[in-house]
Write a protein that binds this ligand. Structure first.
Ligand SMILES: Cc1cc2nc3c(=O)[nH]c(=O)nc-3n(C[C@H](O)[C@H](O)[C@H](O)COP(=O)(O)OP(=O)(O)OC[C@H]3O[C@@H](n4cnc5c(N)ncnc54)[C@H](O)[C@@H]3O)c2cc1C
Length: 257
């Protein structure tokens, strides 16, 4: 089975976000594999263990993403592909990423593509479904269970706390939800082996794409932090007086009634 995993290198949201000149300062910040993509990698490994096949992990990013790709190789992926857009793409969005990934994948004959349900930084949850649409293959999002028998696939997906069972066929794209599995840590032999596994670097030229083909469809106007929460205020006195004061404050200060 020809398995592909879409991996995004993300800003660790445990980090304190600092804005410098209206941009999120990345200097010294910790970057990680998007946690939902770790479920996707683990699932790919378990499928390979059962059904055989090859796992390629692919990212659209910069040279810095090599570290996260090597981690995926150390977990058990066989090959990695970095589509480096640093020099060619000035403004990128979900359209850009999906277009590049689909252009790469369309020539690879994937049986199964696994991605994360959502990236913890950008957080749109758009890339997976967009890639499937471009490839004209079915997709199922937020999956918590995946069973493959021959080309028949049974998927359980999380629908805001409830479960839905879907039957479909390969080729298929799925996006991983928390609970799908317990991602493994890379072992020491895995880390050693990963150093020798193939990591191919491509640019959009190699995919017959021009800068105009992947131009972002959205524009970020402003990035700002949420307003600081003000301290609460405690009203004193008789309950009736407190209610009167509260109503008056909601009217005159908070201006919500
Ligand atoms: C060099 C560079 C420049 C950028 N410039 C901008 C910019 O100017 N403005 C802006 O808004 N954003 C920019 N980005 C960010 C990028 O466009 C978005 O973060 C990206 O489109 C993913 O969207 P999302 O975070 O909403 O992902 P989601 O759709 O929430 O991610 C869901 C899943 O899709 C897959 N996925 C997402 N992104 C990638 C990826 N890059 N490679 C492989 N799989 C992926 C993963 O499986 C992930 O779990 C830039 C990124 C790079 C690398």
């Amino acid at each position: 089975m020809n398995i592909y995993v879409l991996l995004k290198r993300t800003f660790d949201t445990e980090e304190k976000i600092v804005l410098t000149n209206g941009q999120i300062a990345e200097d010294g910040a910790e970057f990680i594999i998007n946690p939902y993509d770790e479920y996707a990698i683990e699932e790919a490994i378990q499928i390979k263990e059962k059904n055989g096949g090859e796992i390629t992990v692919v990212t659209v990013g910069t040279e810095e993403s090599e570290k996260e790709l090597r981690t995926a190789l150390a977990m058990g992926a066989d090959k990695a592909v970095l589509i480096n857009i640093e020099d060619d793409v000035e403004q990128s969005d979900q359209y850009t990423t999906a277009k590049i990934l689909a252009q790469y994948l369309k020539d690879q004959s994937p049986d199964l593509i696994l991605g994360g349900n959502v990236a913890i930084d950008g957080g749109s949850g758009q890339v997976g479904p967009r890639v499937a649409e471009l490839l004209e293959i079915p997709y199922v999002t937020t999956i918590t269970k995946l069973d493959i028998k021959d080309r028949q696939v049974t998927v359980v997906r999380d629908v805001e706390g409830d479960s839905e069972i879907i039957e479909t066929t390969l080729p298929l794209l799925v996006t991983a939800q928390q609970g799908l599995n317990e991602p493994r840590y890379p072992s020491l032999p895995g880390i050693m082996k990963a150093k020798k596994k193939p990591l191919t670097e491509l640019e959009i030229d190699d995919l017959d794409l021009e800068e105009e083909d992947v131009e972002a469809k959205t524009k970020t106007i402003e990035i700002y932090l949420p307003p600081k929460k003000e301290a609460g205020r405690i009203l004193n006195g008789e309950v009736q007086d407190q209610v009167k004061e509260l109503v008056q404050l909601l009217h005159s200060e908070a201006k919500v009634i």
